[in-house]
Structure formats: C-alpha cells, structure tokens
Design a protein around this ligand. Structure first.
Ligand code: NAD
Ligand code: UGA
Length: 444
C-alpha cells in the first residue's frame, strides 16, 4: 500500500516506519524542515529503542520517504494518516488546530479518492470537523473528489513503541462505511495475531475509546498513589499491598506502581481534555478531576519528604537528581515529575546536580532552560559528589543496582529519596543509608 503519514513526531515516525517495515511504501511528512532534513541524513529526532536502525533500513530500501511537501505524498498515496500533535489548549481542551490545518491541506491537494485516517488523539466530533474542512477546500476548487474519514487511535507507549506498533494488543477502527473497514483490515492484518483484536465501531466510540483508555490507566496510577499516601500515615507498606492486590486477576499487576506522579505528553493532557469535553456537555466528571488533583499533589510528594528531613529553607543544600525523562527509555520530558521537583527544590534555594542517560539535552535546551541552579553531570556517580541527598525520579535500568558503597561515600549525608521504589529498605539499612520511598514510612 502507499501511505502518507502527516506529522513525523513520536507517533508519526514510529507508525510510518512500522508500516514501511511491513513492505508498504510510506511518505512521512512534516512542516519542520530541519527535522525532515535530518531524517534524510539519518539523524533521528527522538530516542526510542530500535527506531534508529529501523528508520535507516527502510529509508535505504526506499520504503520510507521524508518530505515537507504534503502534495508530493498525496499525489501517490491513497491512505493518509493524520499524526500531528493535539496539545492542551489554554482552557484545557484539546487544541485541534494542527489537525484541522492538515485537513485543509488534504482538501487543497488531494487528486484522487483518499482514506483520511485520524491517528492523533482527538475528542468526539473531530472526524466530522475534519470531514467538513476537507469538503470546504474541495468546494473552493469545485472538485467532486470523494474521501472517507476514519478514526484509528494509537495506543503505543514511549520506550516500547516499536513493539507496541509491530505487535499491538488491539487495533481500534471507527468507520461509517464498509470499504473503509476493508482497507484498514488489509493494512493491519500482518500486525495482528488474532482477528478478534481488530475492533470495529462507530467513529464517536473510537474517538472516545482513546480517552477512556488513557483515563483508566491514569486513574489506576492516582488510585495507587492515594493508597500510598494512606499507607505512609497508617504504617502499611504499598509494595506489599501492590502484590497483594495485583494477584487478583480482576485487578492485575500492570499500572499499579506508585510513584511521584504520572507525566508524559498524553495522560495529563488527555485526562484534562476529557474533563473539558464532559464539562461542555454539562457533566462535572468528579472522578477524573480527582485523578488529576491527586497527580498534581503527588508530583510534590518527594519535595515534602525533603522539606521534612532538611528544612523548608534549602539554601546551601545540594541534591543529586537521577532521572529527568517522564519515564525510562525515552528522552521525552513533557510533563515529567522531574520538572516540578527540580523547580520546587531550586525555588527553596537548593542546587541540583542532575543526571539522565538520554534527556539532559532536552532539559538544558528546553524544560529547565535558564535554571542556573541546575548542573548537568556526566554520570550518575558524578551527580552524587558532595550532594546532601540523592533524589531518584526516573527508574532507568542503570539506577536499579547501583554501588551503594559508592553512593554513601560520595554523599554528604547518607540519604536517598526514591520516587519509584527501586530499592529494598532492609538492604539500604545495611549500608547505613536512610531511605525514603513512596507509600512506606521512612527507614532512618
Ligand atoms: P509530536 O509533537 O511528537 O509530533 C507532532 C509532529 O507534527 C511535529 O513534528 C510537528 O512538526 C508536526 N506537524 C504539526 N503540524 C503539521 C502539519 N500541518 N503538517 C505536517 N506536520 C505537522 O506529537 P506526538 O507525540 O507524536 O503525538 C501526536 C498525536 O498522537 C497526539 O494527538 C498524541 O496525543 C497522540 N499520541 C501520542 C503518543 C505518544 O506516545 N507520544 C501515543 C499515542 C497517541
Ligand atoms: C501512555 C499509554 O500507556 C499509551 O497506551 C498511550 O498510547 C500513550 O500514553 C499516549 O496516548 O500517548 P506513555 O505516556 O508513553 O503511554 O507512558 P506510560 O508507560 O503509560 O507512562 C505514563 C506515566 O505514568 C509515566 O510518567 C510513568 O512513570 C507513570 N506510571 C506508569 C506510573 O506512575 N505507574 C505505573 O504503574 C505506570
């Protein structure tokens, strides 16, 4: 098949590459000239395990093409995916202007029947807006070309995106005619182990499925964080409770890890957007509002522990921060808890010695830009030198089994604040390290 993917970000680049890898011919389109130029020279804009090799291979074989000109792609393709961003607007709703700009370009430049597939996360009713915008442009050209709009939300996770795309749990398709269903079935057949996992529904339900999935996952996390906060007060251990409840198949083990709050480009914005949609229809969505509120507070839980241990005035104190990305295996820092934690600690006067295996450029150039109290270190151990305590924010593998003797030797005070419950309190006690984690009373 010949496929255009408009928007070459996390979703567009990964899905475009995975389509190409199955033998389709793909045109990845982006308005960012530098990004496209770099991709043509083999420079990949994001860190995602396995992506770079796959892009280079498919580019070499000419299955994968990069361009800034949408008309070039539309000329040869009959399927066009929209994979541009839908960031949080000022009022919390999803900002659809990138999606509708693409719809306008499709209407302007399409030259034959087109299947327009929306992969961006968009509120119910967006497919209709996309349809109208394309139709308006066609009318201006006095064209009677036809097209279908399909909803195909994406469920990939950063850090595991290639595997999620090549072996998805399910493909959700929202359609309003059988032709569109057939072409999507054909496209996705090689990726699915089981045809039952190809789930077809009406467009509104497909659009809503995406928000329901992300909100459900965010709810699980906020629920566990709330239970953690109760555990600390009553003297129970969340790590044991996680095992105790996860073993119930109806609950399951996934997404019940407590921490210092969920981040990333999607959970925060999608929960907010669903609240906004509900509000537009006169419903307050109290559960989702609490999910968001718990998360905002949770991002500050480690800072509260630091204040209790040291003081509310942190002038002269230095903290080593391990992990800046919103989760391991990505350089993405969007809505990362590390931003909130570092901003708050430096606001209270502290100096930060930060280390992350992949996200330090993002931090320096964007998310913590201009914060002169932050120094970036070459290694996790360099970050500890002379620090008053270690604050672990992102659970990269290289932080899982560190040399605790080295940690103790380099720190000014033997204290670890762990936002991801990576270590055993018993072992740390043997090393003489004070250990603060989430959902367990500190062992000091
Ligand atoms: P992103 O910000 O990484 O990439 C979006 C890209 O679109 C950018 O490169 C931008 O330059 C480009 N763009 C903007 N307007 C354009 C236009 N008119 N023509 C061509 N290109 C244009 O975004 P992302 O993280 O890939 O997310 C895209 C969508 O997918 C969002 O709706 C998001 O909610 C959803 N989603 C994201 C993930 C994820 O893990 N990041 C997972 C599932 C769904
Ligand atoms: C999430 C969803 O998992 C994807 O299915 C979805 O496609 C995507 O959002 C999206 O719509 O963009 P992602 O944001 O890449 O994927 O990462 P997750 O693994 O879901 O983690 C999100 C946040 O939740 C991270 O900050 C992580 O640390 C936190 N988390 C996750 C927890 O605090 N506890 C957990 O048990 C799991």
């Amino acid at each position: 098949m010949k496929i255009a993917v408009i928007g070459t970000g996390y979703v567009g680049l990964v899905t475009g590459t995975c389509f190409a890898n199955m033998g389709n011919t793909v045109w990845c389109v982006d308005v960012d000239e530098k990004k496209i130029e770099n991709l043509k020279r083999g420079i990949i804009p994001i860190y995602e395990p396995g992506l770079s090799e796959m892009v280079l291979n498919n580019f070499k074989q000419r299955n994968l093409n990069f361009t800034t000109k949408i008309q070039e792609a539309l000329e040869v393709c009959n399927i066009c995916f929209i994979a541009v961003g839908t960031p949080m607007g000022e009022d919390g709703s999803a900002d659809l202007h990138y999606v509708l700009d693409v719809a306008e370009s499709i209407g302007k430049y399409m030259s034959h029947h087109m299947y327009v597939v929306d992969k961006s996360t968009v509120p119910v009713g967006t497919a209709e807006k996309v349809y109208t915008r394309i139709q308006e442009e066609l009318s201006k050209r006095e064209s009677n070309l036809t097209f279908d709009v399909i909803s195909n939300p994406e469920f990939l996770k950063e850090g595991n995106a290639i595997s999620d795309c090549m072996k998805p749990d399910r493909i959700v398709i929202g359609i309003n005619n059988e032709d569109a269903e057939e072409i999507m079935r054909e496209l996705y057949k090689p990726y699915l182990m089981n045809t039952e996992n190809f789930i077809v529904m009406d467009i509104a339900s497909a659009e809503m499925t995406k928000y329901a999935a992300n909100s459900m996952l965010a709810t699980k996390i906020s629920f566990m964080n709330e239970i953690s906060n109760i555990c600390e007060r009553v003297g129970a251990d969340i790590n044991k409770i996680r095992k105790g409840i996860g073993s119930d198949k109806r609950i399951g083990y996934s997404f019940i890890y407590p921490g210092c709050g969920y981040g990333g480009s999607c959970f925060p914005k999608d929960v907010k957007a669903l609240i906004k949609t509900a509000d537009e229809y006169g419903y307050g969505a109290p559960l989702l509002q609490s999910v968001e509120e718990v998360n905002n507070t949770q991002k500050l839980v480690l800072v509260e522990k630091v204040k209790q241990r040291f003081s509310t005035n942190l002038l002269g104190k230095v903290f080593a921060v391990w992990g800046l990305a919103f989760k391991p295996d990505t350089d993405d820092m969007r809505e990362s808890a590390a931003i909130t934690i570092i901003e708050e600690l430096t606001e209270l006067g502290a100096e930060i010695q930060a280390y992350d295996p992949k996200a330090m450029d993002e931090a320096r150039e964007c998310y913590l830009k201009g914060n002169e109290r932050v120094t970036y270190c070459e290694s996790k151990y360099d970050a500890l030198k002379g620090a008053d305590a270690l604050v672990l924010v992102t659970e990269w593998k290289e932080f899982r089994s560190p040399d605790f003797y080295e940690i103790k030797e380099r720190l000014r005070n033997p204290v670890i604040f762990d936002g991801r419950n990576q270590y055993s309190a018993k072992s740390l006690a043997k090393y003489g390290l004070d250990y603060y984690q989430i959902g367990v009373r500190p062992s000091v």
